[in-house]
Design a protein around this ligand. Sequence first.
Ligand code: AQP
Length: 342
Amino acid sequence: MTGAAFPPRVFSGIQPSGNLHLGNYLGALKRFAEAQDRGVETLYCMVDLHAVTVWQDPADLRRATRELAAGFLASGLDPARSILFNQSQVAEHTQLAWVFNCVARMGWLQRMTQFKDKAGKNAQNASLGLFAYPALMAADILAYHATHVPVGEDQKQHIELTRNIAIKFNTDFAVDFFPVPEPVIEGTGTRVMSLRDGEKKMSKSDVSDMSRINLTDDADTIARKIRRAKTDPEPLPSEAKGLKDRPEARNLVNIYAALADLSVDAVMQEWGGRPFSEFKPQLADLAVEQLGPISAEMARLMQDVTEIDRILGDGADRARAIAAPILRRTYDIMGMVGPREV
Ligand code: AQP
């Protein structure tokens, strides 16, 4: 049960919880477009049902969903080559999630560090949905028999849980029905850290806007955030190992490497021994050069939300055409009585 028999299919998602940032771009969006451009079948989803595991204002959610769709399109996702859709429009996600709620074990979910981080000290007051989040994520992926999931480093544990759910389902019912998907966590942009704290990941929900570069930030804001990014007083080291105990310096170098498509070693060769006062303006230029066209295109697309909704509606129809027979077959394997078309 290795998934080897399944044709390659890529699935990933992003929560429309606002403040789409550089980490989401480098860790996810940019790599989503690369997978599409390699010609693999790709499905990408605005995971609004995940977003509502914590409170979302309805008007904000509506806007953030469309803005995220604009972010996908502006980052190079082509709705003719990738299936782009909104999770809540494809009911099979929640239907399969219920099945996986019954496959996953309480102990597995209790080990999820994201739940612990997001629930904080008051876990008893967290929503049941926040706890069950990884089972829904497994359903997102396995409803399409996806084999590869490009994500940032922070999602590794959830993909591991998806793999365990697929294996347990296959074992419990003595089938080789679900593939065991592979996380695709590659490159220097898979863990972009906060600009204020090199030990904390850049995140949509950080209260400090200075901690992240939003995809909607203008050139001046990007330059100001990079100029004020926390660093140490030392010049840049000439080898990557010199970054080991310097989290803020490491983060800026990683961002530079990811934006410039260079290795960290190549960046060190160019910048070793030089001060941050020289490095930061170059980094800012690079970020503005790459993000400027994306933010301009997002703003343009947001002027026609009817077109965004049309793209998402079309994507949902195409997604459902794949997920519906997989769900029916899942029910059939489990002994649920219903129409058998597959
Ligand atoms: N800092 C990051 N560096 C690299 N990749 C990242 N991703 C998120 N943050 C970073 C990747 O972006 C994709 C979408 O993430 P998500 O919105 O579904 O959830 P998240 O990981 O919880 O993102 P945030 O920004 O941290 O949101 P909040 O603050 O709401 O929790 C995923 O592939 C993720 O790995």
